[in-house]
Design a protein around this ligand. Structure first.
Ligand code: XMP
Length: 522
């Protein structure tokens, strides 16, 4: 979101990040906030008056995809130099800084991506407390060839002879590497040295400030109008709901679509949390029947996904159309969603994502988007949720796919199958929590397999369904390892499932990692 120059940023020390389009820009702001210093991102071509009115303690110039060796690429606004405050250029930020101050930048034959050993050759406050060599993360084609006047060399790598430079009298520094990515050894210390030793910023920012700020921004944006939110019960939409509720109370209208493909008791839990406990305006749309009708006889996973998505939009539209006078649509978009859908946060990306998300709404509704979490990372959203009073169970729940049990029942979907799967899944999750294993895995669930198997229960032969159990450990869900849950635990879960669910005769445990398997079975 375009961040307003709220009163908060004037009261507390702010580090401004000027965005030149790098995929890591948000990470820079995040690292600063991790050090409890407030940070805002503004586009490089923002109105100069805005930069001035923020009264920042320091400015960080982000990286970016352009080459300063071309004309008409982004440049640092003149005001940045006139404010006489500390400046830190990173990657493209360094190159345009060098270029604008009279140095020379070349497009190097040798592009450098990945680790590089940095050797620090001069005293520099940014490296105070660190050794003379550091493993740093590089991602660049261009590099500074000649230092601008009054700059001195601070550090080099084998391929970038000018990898760090500093002004001899002014607090202006530039790094060719990325201190904001975790791959860079001691990158956080380098940034902290800039924030605290160079900018002399106070660590007086807290999550509470961000909540206050976002509330103010929401109020400014929506004024007296009503806002519609599709509440799924997931972390992002729940935190968005709680935040909007704080900001505009009953002017927030939430629609919760129960598609019948949720986990056991989930619909009731969501309604309890938001309607009963938090007194939110929530409309529950009981739509199991329509979803099952549309899905009847469909076995192909992609078809099922499409039908569930389309039906969701139909149901949501129908509910929204009944409501009168709504001008805004809120969404729990978070920063990784923005990157996933577009590669980077840019004005172009915004449009693509917005169209994508409101694609199903009737033309005449033309609602403006409210996305108060779009520059935050998942763990920041969780921290915000804690401060807003959401329960830790809700905030730390494993992710659940949009199509829900629809992609965990292999083959066609019936109400009977969803009932069996809900029970099996519930037993598995309940036991994981009981055994204190829930938090040790990133995602766990049961899958309904479309085969029958022979079993013996008591003296009876039972020809019945097979349930698969899946549990994985992962950081980013792009790759995952199957969780090595204890055998005794698995045995206990398997016994409970077969004993308590008549329709099941066998339980299997999935020992495939991703890749080559995916986390979900469909
Ligand atoms: P896969 O199966 O691709 O899953 O390894 C990676 C993560 O994404 C979730 N997932 C989905 N989430 N809609 C969603 O909202 C979907 O269609 C979908 N498919 C997979 C999955 O649960 C896991 O966390």
């Amino acid at each position: 979101m375009t961040v307003n120059l709220s009163s908060i940023s004037k009261q507390i020390d702010t580090i401004l990040v000027l965005d030149f389009g790098s995929q890591y820009t948000q990470l820079i702001a995040r690292r600063v906030r991790e050090s409890n210093v407030y940070s805002e991102i503004l586009p490089w071509d923002i109105d100069e008056e805005k930069i001035k009115s923020m009264n920042p303690k320091g400015i960080i110039l982000s990286g970016g995809p352009d080459s300063v060796t071309n004309s008409y690429t982004p440049r640092i606004p003149q005001i940045v130099f006139e404010l006489n405050i500390p400046i830190l250029g990173i990657c493209y930020g360094m190159q345009t800084l060098a270029e604008q101050l009279g140095g020379q930048v070349i497009s190097s034959e040798q592009k450098e991506f990945g680790y590089s050993e940095l050797t620090v050759t001069a005293d520099c406050i940014l490296f105070s407390g660190l050794g003379k060599t550091l493993n740093v993360w590089m991602s660049h084609g261009d590099q500074v060839q000649d230092l601008p006047d009054n700059f001195e060399l601070v550090a080099e790598t084998a391929t970038a002879p000018i990898a760090v430079m500093q002004h001899v009298t002014k607090p202006i520094y530039a790094l060719q590497f990325h201190p904001e990515v975790t791959h860079t050894e001691d990158g956080k210390t380098v940034l902290d040295n800039y924030i605290f030793s160079v900018c002399k910023a106070n660590a007086d920012w807290k999550m509470g400030n961000l909540i206050e700020q976002r509330i103010q921004e929401i109020k400014n944006q929506v004024q007296d109008n009503k806002v519609l939110l599709g509440l799924s019960g997931g972390v992002d939409s729940s935190v968005t709901a709680a935040l909007l509720h704080e900001a505009i109370g009953k002017k927030l209208v939430c629609v919760f679509v129960d598609n019948g493909l949720l986990r056991k008791g989930e619909a009731e839990e969501v309604m309890n949390t938001f309607k009963e406990n938090m007194n939110l305006n929530v409309i529950r749309s009981d739509s199991e029947e329509v979803f099952l009708r549309h899905l009847k006889g469909v076995a192909d996973p992609e078809q099922k996904r499409k039908i569930i998505g389309r039906t969701f939009i139909d149901v949501f539209d129908a509910e929204a159309t009944k409501l009168k006078g709504i001008h805004f649509l809120a969404q729990g978009t978070i920063y990784p969603d923005v990157i996933e859908s577009s590669g980077s946060e840019s004005k172009e990306a915004r449009v693509i994502k917005s169209h994508h998300n409101v694609g199903g709404l009737p033309e005449e509704m033309k609602m403006e988007l409210v996305e108060p979490l779009r520059d935050l990372f998942k763990d920041e959203v969780r921290r915000m949720g804690v401060e807003l009073g959401l329960s830790s169970e809700m905030l730390n729940r494993h992710p659940f796919p949009g199509p829900g049990l629809g992609v965990r029942i292999l083959g066609d979907i019936t109400k009977e199958k969803t009932s069996v799967l809900k029970e099996a899944d519930h037993i598995f999750i309940e036991e994981l929590i009981q055994a204190d294993l829930y938090k040790t895995v990133s995602q766990a669930f049961a899958v309904y397999l479309p085969i029958k198997s022979v079993g013996v229960v008591g003296d009876e032969r039972r020809y019945a369904e097979v349930i698969g159990l899946r549990a994985v450990e992962t950081v980013d869900f792009m790759t995952a390892r199957w969780a090595h849950l204890p055998y005794d635990f698995l045995e206990h879960v398997s016994n409970r499932i077969v004993n308590e669910i008549e329709e099941v005769s066998r339980v299997v445990y999935d020992i495939s990692s991703k890749p080559p398997a995916t986390i979900e079975w469909e």
